[in-house]
Design a protein around this ligand. Structure first.
Ligand SMILES: [Zn+2]
Ligand SMILES: [Zn+2]
Length: 381
């Protein structure tokens, strides 16, 4: 083949190749009974507000990192690039991202960030049909306009130091007002690189949906130092199917959890099944030779990490006090019998999972069922 023809062919191939045809890595996070587990980020900026990226970049990033859904939430009130754009339509960043995602497995949700002083601070409204009516004089009019579109509305970075200098979220009268009117549905307990325990407690007390979002302005790669072990937060949504409508339903029903920096935050209704669906304990009995040590191989099929601490001793046995179930790995848990008579039984071993927090100060408790068969042994040590 002549080199000119070859060049033309290569160029044609490059043009036909979507930018997203790169390596995509979807974190393995199991479904739970009745629901799919979707990985989402409901807080992202583009050049249409103060972000550094064109809206399509958000879709490509989401695809590469295995996200199921993202919301484009540009600020209404802060648009430093405004003069660069002929259009003043506040829906443009969403439309450009949504167009890009048409043939991709990434759902793009139409949102905006209502950007006001504290109180009430910044709030995201998502599942909008039109952002333009939300550009209003007062913050309350903006919330009302979003509520009129049946938006899901949540409080962003409630402990952001620029607005709340002590970093401790405070529930102001303004929050109580929109909450009592049914216009505040969720709260970010993780934003960017911060976890707010007080916000987590507020979410439990007020029955608000938990959210953990990046609030990325730059690319995700420039925002989190992967080489230093940093990772983006995810909002895990337990949805009946992968669709925008099912995500919306799940958000209003508070079926979410947040995963960030190897910690999972969420109601035990969802995080406990997520743990058990991740873990596999052999159902064939572990053979113990009298008092000799043995190891049961526990497999964690997920990309989440689980840190277990023994909660209570199991009568007649000595069990490892701590075990880390590394992602996608099989890990030995040491078990030793304290006597050497023959038996067949199933041990119910209770652990605290110190990096799963249904409440800010309370780890999840789990029980692993481990069948053992103890053989009498003369030479056991
Ligand atoms: Zn904000
Ligand atoms: Zn933001």
């Amino acid at each position: 083949m002549k080199s000119v023809q070859k060049t033309v062919l290569v160029l044609a191939w490059l043009v036909a190749l979507p930018a997203a045809a790169q390596i995509a890595k979807k974190p393995a996070v199991p479904a739970i009974p009745g629901y799919q587990t979707l990985l989402c980020d409901f807080h992202l900026h583009t050049v249409f507000s103060d972000g550094q990226v064109w809206p399509t970049v958000r879709v490509d990033e989401a695809w590469r990192q295995g996200l199921d859904a993202i919301a484009i939430t540009d600020h209404i009130e802060y648009r430093p690039n405004k003069k660069e754009f002929a259009s003043s339509d506040l829906n443009r960043s969403f439309e450009i991202a949504a167009q890009k995602a048409v043939d991709m497995p990434v759902l793009v949700i139409h949102g905006t960030e209502i950007t006001r002083d504290m109180p009430p601070g910044h709030l995201n409204a998502i599942f909008l049909s039109d952002v333009n009516p939300i550009e209003t004089e007062t913050w309350k009019e903006a919330i009302d306009a979003a509520a009129e579109q049946d938006a899901f509305i949540f409080w962003n970075h409630p402990g952001w130091k620029r607005q709340q200098p002590d970093g401790i979220p405070h529930w102001y009268d303004e929050h109580e007002q929109i909450y009592s009117e049914g216009k505040l549905h969720g709260i970010e307990i993780v934003n960017y690189k911060s976890y707010y325990p007080k916000a987590h407690q507020m979410a439990i007390d007020k029955k608000l949906t938990l959210l953990g979002n990046t609030d990325a302005h730059d690319t995700i790669g420039m925002t989190y130092e992967a080489d230093l072990g940093e990772s983006r937060p995810y909002t895990l949504v337990f949805a009946k199917e992968k669709s925008a409508a099912a995500i919306r339903e799940a958000l209003f029903a508070r079926r979410t959890a947040v995963y960030w920096q190897e910690t999972l935050y969420g109601d035990s209704l969802y995080v406990a099944p997520l743990f058990y669906e991740s873990i596999q304990v052999p159902d064939t009995p572990l053979v113990l030779h009298g008092k000799a040590r043995a190891w049961v191989a526990i497999t964690n099929r997920s990309d989440l990490v689980y840190r277990l601490e023994l909660e209570a001793p199991v009568g007649g046995y000595e069990i490892a006090e701590e075990v880390v179930l590394a992602s996608g790995a099989t890990v030995p848990l040491q078990i030793r019998s304290l006597n050497s008579t023959e038996t067949n039984e199933t041990l119910a071993i209770r652990f605290r999972v110190t990096n799963i927090l249904p409440r800010p100060d309370q780890p999840l408790r789990v029980t692993l069922q481990v069948p053992v068969q103890r053989l009498a042994s003369q030479d056991a040590k």
